[in-house]
Design a protein around this ligand. Structure first.
Ligand SMILES: *Cc1c(COP(=O)(O)O)cnc(C)c1O
Length: 227
């Protein structure tokens, strides 16, 4: 059953790539497994998925001990500074950096384990009060500030677009994030790369791919609805 869901998502990704003239290899699919049991993650793992996204530190810690070592864990949720130390060692990418203070703590902990940790800056593109992320206008400045930290490296931007019935309504937000990443890339800041755009979820990942997403984060479309 999960294999069928995954197949459907894969077909949709390929359709979106074809429409946008992009290659399938440019896109990484993250299976967002928050709230789902390890047995379901294991099923999807055996379908070939190696990138998993979780939004709680505790859930990453519990699940990674029970699953194979070659999984790349993505921290996609709001990250509290006092919990950074628990995931610093084996998180492939932290998607949710939205303040200098958080970046600073990641830097301190990364230094302790001698890692250079890849991060994305989370942008609150639609200025929703309910969402984390930095304002569009402040993103470049934050990237500049973070660039001085030696034990992390900015790889791009992440956004959580509003919940909409029609994915077309989010196209404008995805376009804006893409433009912002191009503008920041032009600044040529040391240690700041704009290679990754993490945007698009179950409701709108095809639109996000058409607008330049390199990572899509799909939960419901693979694992079914959450309780
Ligand atoms: C839950 C979550 C997703 C996946 O949402 P779906 O609509 O179930 O695909 C993606 N990104 C983030 C940051 C999330 O918290």
């Amino acid at each position: 059953m999960l294999a069928d869901n995954l197949k459907q998502v894969e077909e949709n990704i390929e359709k979106a790539c074809a429409r946008a003239g992009r290659k399938r290899e440019e896109i990484t699919l993250i299976a967002v497994s928050k709230t789902k049991p390890v047995s379901m993650l294991s099923e999807i793992y055996h379908c070939g998925i190696r990138d998993f996204g979780e939004n709680k530190v505790q859930e990453i810690c519990e699940k990674r001990d029970l699953l194979p070592d070659d999984i790349r864990w993505h921290m996609i949720g709001h990250l509290q500074r006092n919990k950074v130390k628990y995931i610093i060692k084996d998180t492939a990418l932290i998607h949710s950096v939205d303040s200098y203070r958080l970046a600073e703590e990641i830097n301190i902990q990364a230094k302790k384990v001698r890692r250079i940790v890849p991060v994305l800056i989370e942008v609150n593109i639609a200025k929703e009060a309910s969402k984390f992320g930095i304002a569009y206008e402040e993103t470049l400045q934050l990237a500049e500030e973070i660039s001085h930290l030696d034990n992390l490296t900015v790889q791009g931007l992440m956004t959580i677009a509003p919940y909409v019935e029609n994915p077309e309504d989010n196209r404008i937000h995805f376009k804006k994030i893409k433009e912002l990443s191009v503008d920041i890339a032009k600044e040529n800041i040391d240690n700041v790369h704009m290679d990754i755009l993490s945007m698009g979820m179950t409701g709108d990942y095809m639109t996000a791919i058409e607008e330049g997403a390199t990572i899509v984060r799909v939960g419901t479309g693979i694992f079914g609805a959450r309780n």
